[in-house]
Design a binder for this molecule. Structure first.
Ligand code: SF4
Length: 398
């Protein structure tokens, strides 16, 4: 797992940050977003390795940068981490990403969670902020991002859900890292919906560290390129698997959710379980960068960036053969899903497809998820393979 992205952000500085138990972390952390696609075709039935293309080490090799910025591995950081990492490192700053989510990490932050009803992905943020405090960072960077990049001209807008965009404010009042941890907590507003505005906002932030304008200009350009490159590497291998599976009439699931559902503690290893059960599991990313003209016919306002992708996936799955099915991951307490789920259900039902919702909360054992997925696969095979002789099992032709 740690080898996936090879981001060696610590070793070259000669110091070892500690995890929340005080144990020194000597190894590079994998980048966010590394858990997205699973296929029985991949080696050992494991996830497809998504290499973000980062070079090992960083431009500060050999000495600790004067300023090391800690970034929590939460919510939309699963989308934007490649951008921030590239921008900061190319501006001469160090970057440390909080560790992968674990139950102890989550539990370390629960004392400061202010609402029991908030979704699990948001609750997890508290533990990640506390973990960063033990990782010898000089500042914590957790920006307020109201909008992501708009990916489809057919959608109305690309807002983040209020929880995603507003959670840095919650952290400031619930934990107050400046006062209680003695670490400056930066939560500047950053708008990915407008590149010019974003550039100004980024400059405003990094200029406080004495970064030169020229250096920033290049870093910003490269950060955007890194984000695009990462997306391409996320989409292309998945498209390849999708095409081959359709050609061979193999059962394939599009597991649709949010970027942060890539966190294994949130998705409860649903992708790995599906792969172990002998079917392909891809994410809704596979349909990104494809235009859809169907949004305008739906009973919703397509203004939310991540939920729009789930609807886009349902629209695409509806047009594909029966061997392509969709599972929607839902975090208990999710506001946008309460109405988006109904719409995706209608879309899939109209195409004669199953609408399976995996509602996942802070459970510690994935047994019930496994049972649910196994029943789903068996009933689909029964309906389509035995009665109508439609599906091949993965591997029948290999
Ligand atoms: S979209 Fe749903 S799961 Fe995600 S942060 Fe918002 S409320 Fe939580």
């Amino acid at each position: 797992m740690n080898d996936i992205c090879g981001i060696d952000v610590y070793g070259s500085w000669g110091f070892a940050p500690k995890d929340i138990r005080g144990v020194p972390i000597r190894r590079a952390l994998p980048c966010a977003n590394a858990h997205r696609a699973f296929s029985p075709r991949a080696k050992n039935h494991s996830k497809i390795e998504v290499d973000t293309g980062y070079e090992k080490g960083n431009n500060n090799a050999g000495k600790r940068p004067a300023t090391v910025i800690g970034i929590p591995r939460v919510l939309n950081m699963y989308e934007n981490f490649p951008f921030w990492k590239t921008l900061f490192e190319q501006c001469g700053l160090g970057v440390v990403l909080s560790p992968e989510s674990t139950m102890p990490l989550y539990q370390s932050g629960t004392g400061s969670v202010m609402s029991d009803n908030i979704c699990f992905p948001a609750k997890l943020a508290h533990g990640h902020i506390l973990a960063l405090a033990n990782m010898e960072v000089d500042r914590i960077f957790y920006p307020i991002v109201p909008k992501e990049e708009k990916e489809s001209a057919d959608t109305c807008n690309s807002y983040n859900c209020p929880v995603v965009s507003g959670y840095p404010e919650v952290i400031r009042s619930a934990i107050n890292p400046d006062e209680n941890l003695g670490i400056p907590f930066d939560k500047p507003v950053m708008n990915f919906g407008n590149k010019k505005t974003l550039e100004k906002q980024c400059w405003q932030y990094v200029s406080q560290f004495g970064v030169e304008k020229n250096c920033f200009g290049n870093a910003f350009k490269n950060a955007f390129a890194a984000k695009q490159d990462f997306l391409r590497k996320l989409i292309e291998p998945q498209r390849d698997i999708l095409d081959k599976a359709i050609k061979n009439n193999e059962l394939i699931f599009i597991v649709a959710g949010r970027p942060y559902h890539a966190d294994p503690l949130i998705h409860q290893k649903a992708g790995q379980i599906l792969s172990d059960l002998g079917v392909h599991a891809l994410t809704d990313d596979v349909f990104r960068q494809t235009e859809s003209k169907d949004f305008k016919h739906l009973n919703l306002v397509s203004q939310w960036s991540y939920p729009n992708r789930v609807v886009q996936a349902a629209l695409a799955v509806a047009k594909l053969p029966q061997c392509v099915q969709m599972i929607q991951i839902n975090s208990f307490g999710c506001g946008p899903d309460s109405f988006f789920m109904e719409e995706t259900g209608e879309i899939l039902k109209a195409a004669g497809k199953n609408h399976t919702v995996l509602r996942i909360d802070e459970i510690a054992s994935p047994g019930s998820v496994r049972l649910r997925l196994r029943s789903l696969i068996e009933s689909l095979r029964y309906e389509n393979n035995i009665e109508k002789n439609l599906f091949q099992s993965v591997g029948d032709k290999h």
